[in-house]
Design a protein around this ligand. Structure first.
Ligand code: HEM
Ligand SMILES: *[C@@H]1O[C@H](CO)[C@@H](O)[C@H](O)[C@H]1NC(C)=O
Ligand SMILES: *[C@@H]1O[C@H](CO)[C@@H](O)[C@H](O)[C@H]1NC(C)=O
Ligand SMILES: *[C@@H]1O[C@H](CO)[C@@H](O)[C@H](O)[C@H]1NC(C)=O
Ligand SMILES: *[C@@H]1O[C@H](CO)[C@@H](O)[C@H](O)[C@H]1NC(C)=O
Ligand SMILES: CC(=O)N[C@H]1CO[C@H](CO)[C@@H](O)[C@@H]1O
Length: 328
């Protein structure tokens, strides 16, 4: 497995580097080596700083990649998820789905290390994209290259996080529509959902499946009845505090176990189970489950590169924030 994975990672990087080899910007204006002249050691600084945190707390990788996802799905990858609320504005951070976002201290530490070396040059949106990549790579998960040149937005609106982010109760039609609206494919949906191989969830994100699912005192028929027993043990009705491992036993390991769980009807959210309701997502789930994730690492990197380009600000749009929590 290890050598298979290494092999696919190497091939993957080679394939990716070809179009970027000349440092040409892609369609969205991002490019590899964007800070080549203005901040040559950017990647080393980000990686070293991120490693300091991840080595002490590997479970931070999960909220960090989720933070990048939440950033990109709301107003594009413009660092809007990092902005704090102000007297006159409730920012995305204060929306319900953010509640479990953690790891802002990592972003702040990386940003201040970069400000020391190359002040006013690197955007917070790029910092987040790099930190998310490094966090996953540092826990021996997927690796992907990160084209850079994002600029930071000046706007962050709480209600947009409620409408832009897919809910855990979403059915396959809704999930496909939300991903399509971000320029992501049905395959990207199946691939990126695989991030749920790491991390934890509050009971509130799925207890509706355990108790009174349709108001008849029933449970979600798409969930394995044995798994329901186990989850009911962890989450009593009305529990808003308890945290549950999404991939029990291996919630710190970035592997393809998620697809085995989903194919065994043990996906935690309705949105996970929904992947079995569409032929394309279903066959992706089955393929990864039966091949031990043969293409998952490469696919994940490909889809992350696409996700990292959603609605980016480039050129002279936006700004380079001095502090990630505040507009200049
Ligand atoms: C397909 C639609 C998705 C839905 C509906 C969804 C929903 C959720 C929910 C409800 C949680 C648990 C929050 C909580 O209760 O604490 C969660 C956790 C998580 N999500 Fe997703 N998610 C989706 C896609 C993604 C994507 C695309 C990524 C990253 C590429 C991602 C990465 C994560 C991670 C890593 C966690 C664990 C966070 C932690 O440990 O703190 N999710 N997701
Ligand atoms: C931004 O808000 C968070 C809470 O959402 C808080 O912990 C943090 O200290 C604030 N950041 C700054 C720089 O004030
Ligand atoms: C999926 O969810 C949407 C929005 O919540 C709803 O309008 C639609 O009827 C649902 N579709 C199916 C097939 O259940
Ligand atoms: C289940 O839901 C129905 C309809 O919303 C409600 O009337 C009933 O009281 C609920 N039962 C329990 C045990 O919460
Ligand atoms: C999905 O696949 C099944 C069985 O292969 C087929 O009967 C069905 O028509 C397909 N549905 C769609 C929407 O393609
Ligand atoms: C990290 C963060 O800012 N979390 C906030 C999410 O939103 C709730 C309110 O819904 C705040 O209490 C949290 O501080």
């Amino acid at each position: 497995m290890a050598s298979q994975k290494l092999f696919s990672v190497v091939i993957f990087q080679l394939l990716l580097l070809v179009p970027f080899a000349l440092g040409l910007p892609n369609a969205n204006g991002l490019k590899l080596g964007f800070y080549h002249k203005t901040c040559p050691s950017i990647e080393a600084i980000v990686k070293e700083t991120t490693a300091r945190f991840i080595s002490r707390a590997p479970t931070l990788a999960a909220p960090l990649i989720r933070m990048h996802f939440h950033d990109c799905f709301v107003r594009g990858c413009d660092g809007s998820v990092l902005l704090n609320s102000t007297k006159n504005n409730q920012a995305e951070k204060d929306a319900f789905p953010n509640q479990s976002l953690r790891g802002f201290q990592v972003i702040d530490a990386v940003k201040s290390a970069l400000e020391k070396r190359c002040p006013g040059v690197v955007s917070c949106a790029d910092v987040l994209a790099l930190v998310a990549r490094d966090a996953i790579s540092l826990i021996h998960g997927a690796f992907w290259v990160v084209p850079l040149g994002r600029r930071d937005g000046r706007v962050s609106i709480m209600t947009e996080a409620l409408t832009g982010l897919p809910p855990p109760f979403g059915n396959i039609t809704l999930l496909k529509a939300i991903f399509a609206s971000k320029g992501l494919s049905v395959k990207d949906l199946a691939v990126l959902s695989g991030a749920h191989t790491i991390g934890i969830s509050h009971c509130t994100s799925f207890t509706n499946r355990l108790y009174n699912f349709t108001g008849k005192g029933d449970t979600d028929p798409s969930l394995d009845p044995n798994y329901i027993v186990r989850l009911k043990n962890k989450c009593k009705p009305g529990d808003i505090k308890t945290l549950v491992e999404m991939d029990p036993g291996s919630f710190k390991t970035f592997d393809a176990d998620y697809y085995t769980l989903v194919s065994e009807r043990r996906g935690l959210f309705q949105s996970d189970a929904a992947l079995l309701d569409d032929n394309e997502t279903k066959s992706y789930v089955k393929l990864q489950a039966t091949s031990h994730g043969w293409t998952f690492m490469k696919d994940f990197g490909d889809s992350m590169i696409k996700m990292g380009q959603i609605g980016v600000l480039t050129g002279s749009s936006g700004e380079i924030r001095k502090q990630c929590a505040f507009v200049n």
